[in-house]
Design a protein around this ligand. Sequence first.
Ligand code: ASP
Length: 628
Amino acid sequence: MQKFAFKHFTHTIGDIQGSIPTFLNRKVVLNGWIDGNPRKISSKLVFAAFRDFNGDFTQLTAKGSEITKILRGLKPEDVLSVSGTVNSKRQRRGSNNNGAKEWELVVDNIEILNKSSEIATQLDSLKKTPSQYPPEYRYLQLRFPVYQNALKMRSKAAHIARSVFESMNFVEIETPLLFKSTPEGAKEFLVPTRRKGLFYALPQSPQQYKQMLMASGFKGYYQIAKCFRDEDLRSDRQPEFTQIDMEMSFAKSQDVQHVVQKLLKAIWKGIRGLPLYRIDPAKDGYLLEIEEAEDFPKLNYMEALTKYGIDKPDLRSTLYIQDVSQYFNGMPLKRSDFAVTEACVLKGALKLQKPSRELFIPENYSMRKPYVFKIRDEGELKSWARALPNGSNVSISDLNKKLGLEVGDIVAISDRQAFPYESPTPLGRFRQIAMINFPNSWRRHVIGSSDPTSRDIFVASWLVNFPLFSPTEGKIIDGYPEYEFSKLESTHHPFTMVKLEDYDLLDKEPLKAKGDHYDLVVNGVEVGGGSRRVHDAKLQQFIFSNILKIDNYPVLFGHLLRALSSGCPPHAGLAIGFDRMCSMLLGSSTIRDVVAFPKTQTGTDPVVESPSNIPDKTLALYGISVRK
Ligand code: ASP
């Protein structure tokens, strides 16, 4: 066994890089890793790329046969403490020195702090494409600057969030992870206990605890909270994820929105040095910066669904959906309950590239596909709509005029319900896919000399006026979802307050009532969501029993009802999906990039190999047996 009284670094590579002349010919100690195989030029000359813990690079070389021999024998990812002299370096033609600048370290002592494993050495070939690392070696993948930077950025964003909340006297309070099974929306993870038959559930969010804290008399609560949902996983979902969670008492929706706007502006500025944008109300194709004291614009649910076909529209694009039902003489496209026929035109798309039909419609798409027409010539312009199931007596010339349709365009047609519960609608999805396929077309621009690329444009808005309740969605038949209008669900969660003007609808026409809910949407991503809450226990009870028909609500939610009925002030709050927000700030397409140890699509942690089997003997302690 070796005692590692290692020589601690005196400087970082960055220190030297920032002030090369003052370091020339000075002795320094660096700590870090060998980055790739050392290049053996001759028996007397070797160069090795060296990376420190900041992800900066330099080159090591040596004088003297002893030390050269050690350097030659090093393997990628060996971890070292190296002492040596900073030397100015001649740039050699074609030398690959990994970004190292005009200096190198002439090493006179090498302490090998730990040899790298065989696998780390093998994986060296993936260094240039670290995203391809086998997920079971996540801890090695995280050594690379791109991942180091992602997690550093995440840490900085959390720090900014905390300082904004602290500056407003919010109190950071941790709430339990061993919670109780309650129907809040998503499927839960259960935790067995040794008290047989009794289970905890991991919280989907700290929602109920934070509301109880409002009953406790806290004015402002926040927490960077772990949440757990046993749902189908996608690139923007993990079974465990993090929220920036907050709640305010004696507060209305506006009060929460002000805090969140301040928070978001601070994070965007602190991390990306960028503002957030909104659509210029005077010029639809343009964007304006949202000023420091300005609110994010609000968009109604119905307007979002009809114009953009989704409740979280990406407003960077000027693509709109238009209602064209009137040109179809009142005939629905296929089904009478999906009575609105609508169109989306991709102006000049055929001149931009040659899109195939498949470009727009993903395979295995269970919802109905829109009808897509390429208008290649005058003949097609005059006849395209005839191919629709109800197209026989459409007045095509009027329709073309309404749509401004010309040769060279692509037009998509589909249908929706008069009040759409489907989000996205088929054309909403078509619009999203078109934006991906034609990233530089139909873009909103920023007025002024330096129009940022779409990567640097973040358009923010509040989505409001959601229906408080939705019919239960059943099977999808022929691409059309079936709805059970007699069985209602909360559109968000059951604690959402009704809009005051719709209060009286709760009794007789709950489906018509709007919720005092607000979603924070940036570039088509739901970054956060919140609401004013029901703080009146009687109303909450009425919602549980009369509307949602939750029979055993006193057992499931008794704690909350008791807290509400004990002098709980009006309150409102919101939670931001922290992982999602970080991946957006990073410009990454998956939240896995900003999660240290993410789960795979099947919910497996590939590093520790979990979930794992538990021996029957242990299971018996919990009163559990597994059917084989
Ligand atoms: N608890 C909610 C959620 O997780 C957010 C909120 O309403 O504050 O979506």
